[in-house]
Design a protein around this ligand. Sequence first.
Ligand code: ADP
Ligand code: ZN
Ligand code: ZN
Length: 819
Amino acid sequence: MYAEIILPLPLRGTFTYAVPAGSEADMQTGSRVLVQFGKKKYYTGIVDRMHSDDPGYEVKPIMALLDPRPITRYPQLRLWKWISEYYLAPLGEVFKAAVPSGLKPESDTFVSLNEDFGTPEGVKLTERQALVVMLLEERKRMRVSEIESELKVKDATGIISRLLDAGIVNIDEKIVEKYHARKETYIELNALRGDHETLHGFFDMTRRSRQQEKTLIAYLDLSGWMSPNGKLRDVTRQELIKTVGITPGILKALVDKGVMRQEKRTINRFNGRQEGHSAPSPLSAAQQTALGEIRSGFRDKQTVMLHGVTGSGKTEIYSHLIASALHDGNQVLYLVPEISLTTQLTDRLRTVLGGRLLVYHSKFSDSERVDIWKRLLSGNEPLVVLGARSSVFLPFAHLGLVIVDEEHESSFKQFDPAPRYNARDTAMMLATMHGAKVLLGSATPSVETYYKALNGKYGLVTLSERYEGSVLPDVEIVDMRDQRKKKLNTGILSSRLVSEIRKSLENNRQAIIFQNRRGFAPVVVCRQCGWIPKCENCDVSLVYHKFSNLLKCHYCGFSHNLPSICPACGQNSIDIFGYGTERIAEEVHQVFPDSRVSRMDLDTTRNKDSHQEIIEEFARHDTDILVGTQMVTKGLDFGDVRVAAVVNADTLLSFPDFRSNERAFNMLEQVSGRAGRRKEKGTVIIQTTDPSNPVLEFVRRHSYREYYDREITEREKYRYPPFTKVINIYLRNKDSAAADRAAARYSVLLRSIFGNRVLGPVKPFVSRVALWYIQSFMLKIEANASMKKVKELLEMIYSQAAAMPEMKSTQVYYDVDPA
Ligand code: ADP
Ligand code: ZN
Ligand code: ZN
């Protein structure tokens, strides 16, 4: 028997290994195995399929089957393959991204003697096997590589796997180190339930210690031992000690006397059994209508788009749909674009869903992620997973509903590292595999989605009023050139913004200020000689961070101190310009010294709970003004926010990309959505030097439809999605000239097949990142063309090119459906 194994490496396809005799029965698709790959490396792989086609060459044996049952489910593997094919990413990279690293021990495999086995007398060992046993008796635990060097063999896999089969050694996988199971100690009575005679004996034994007697009684009470029916409840040591108020010594005495016994058990952190204690809120009439329309849309369409203005209560509608999906025994995936959103939603949903709500995202520790994974794997119970991007990879059993909130968000698209997948589209594919329904929600649907909805491919439900008659905020566009001319601004804050914030603070209200740039100042320059500090690895200038007093590269993390004198001309003449969130927070604080300002961006949310703390503080109104990057714009719901502001819309409006308008409109409309979410009307201030930009007018009128109509016309005219499919092709090389040559060569090959559908090569906006020189092409393919064929052609071009000298050391990767 052979098995095709998926390895967590950036390699195409699967690899063939021999299945050790005897384990055929236990190994199956989805099983996790340990295999050797390359000379010295050991990896955890996943069995893709088992077969008996001799590959015709010597294959290595699988070293160990790591679990009695598969750790993935069949639809998952299908999804991995779909991602690999659709996004042109190696299957191994999909596996790497999909499975938490606690489930993927790599290398450093340790071998030790199996203690249960005892001294291996009577078993015939080869000389080498005997040597390994001897070494292990001496050293207890050895790396495979150490054994190899002791035996002076290149490859000890065969020897070790035979010892393993014979039960003489154990392999201890790195999982022991990476995944920390949580253990809990339980107390049990040493008497069967109903055995009152023994119990009387126990009371006699504890008669002389009041504390011990109390403990015994408390146990009987907590566990329900005395009641004739119902299940015996598990009692933890912790709980017992706390309830009686005893010292651990008392418990130990009872254990020593044989009255009780302790047992350590591994528990899953997420096996909470508590039920939700409240029903979803009753819906308003408009929401009720929308819910009805969604339900009837699901009758003949798999996917429905819910276009609801900000504050219309989409979340409440989701809650109702979730409740019915759970009621039907189904699982639900609720995708959100931003971790900060899970924070607020968790609180809102927990009351309804209790322990059936699981939250999954990258801020969780790996062990916690493994526990969620295992919880999903262990049963088929109805559950809801609320999560960011990577939750599409979880082992759902029977998904009934997928909700993608803020479906327009470009952060659903992963860019680095591969696989460059869009979690929204991947979730839709996952839903198809499970036969589940999909609800896409947004106040500003993506152009592609809305186009499909208007054309009947998706159902379309519109909710155009905010909940409980609160109204959309007034949007005011402030011309910063004019402000500067008239000297009305205080630093970066216009007089209009200052007065609106002041009014809001005076009325004990809050403000949110958005700037899409972190750090203190993005521009550092010598006013004498023009020197600008650049990153050593990337083609970007460094951003000044005041708190750490460092210049940092936002692409690769490179940093160094801010020089006090210019390293080029030696003058004391370094200036800083521009505004990042750090500087805005400081300036706001200077203008409003009595206000409490907080900041939310990548720099302030590196710790696991910092998102939550910042959001909770603001929600409790312990802070008055929240300054932040896009993290503050998405879906957050705070009742007291009267002012939302965009410090500088220019960078949003002028980004050189076909999605520029779309991104700008979405972002600005989402920012406005944070203001005036309760009865009071809010105000939105957008500062710009380009006030006549039509996008701003659409935002001012909150007119999604006008924006969409203009945008779709442009897309059609210039042949962009949804009228074409776009694939960006990237080439990179650490040598600049080699990158140029490779791009020239690739250009010829691409054009010979795709003709004028090819644009480029161009150097991207940042043309060197982390030492790589990058060149890119854009491929625009007719929307009705076979993408499968296109991808085959791309593969063909790649293999043709790979042989050419120009392509040496050049890496090629793709971004399908760039966001
Ligand atoms: P959206 O996601 O559409 O922007 P939310 O779901 O955040 O809107 O709702 C806005 C606010 O209105 C929230 O504070 C929410 O709790 C409240 N709300 C909406 N619908 C209801 C309802 N049916 N009952 C009670 N509160 C509601
Ligand atoms: Zn850099
Ligand atoms: Zn200088």
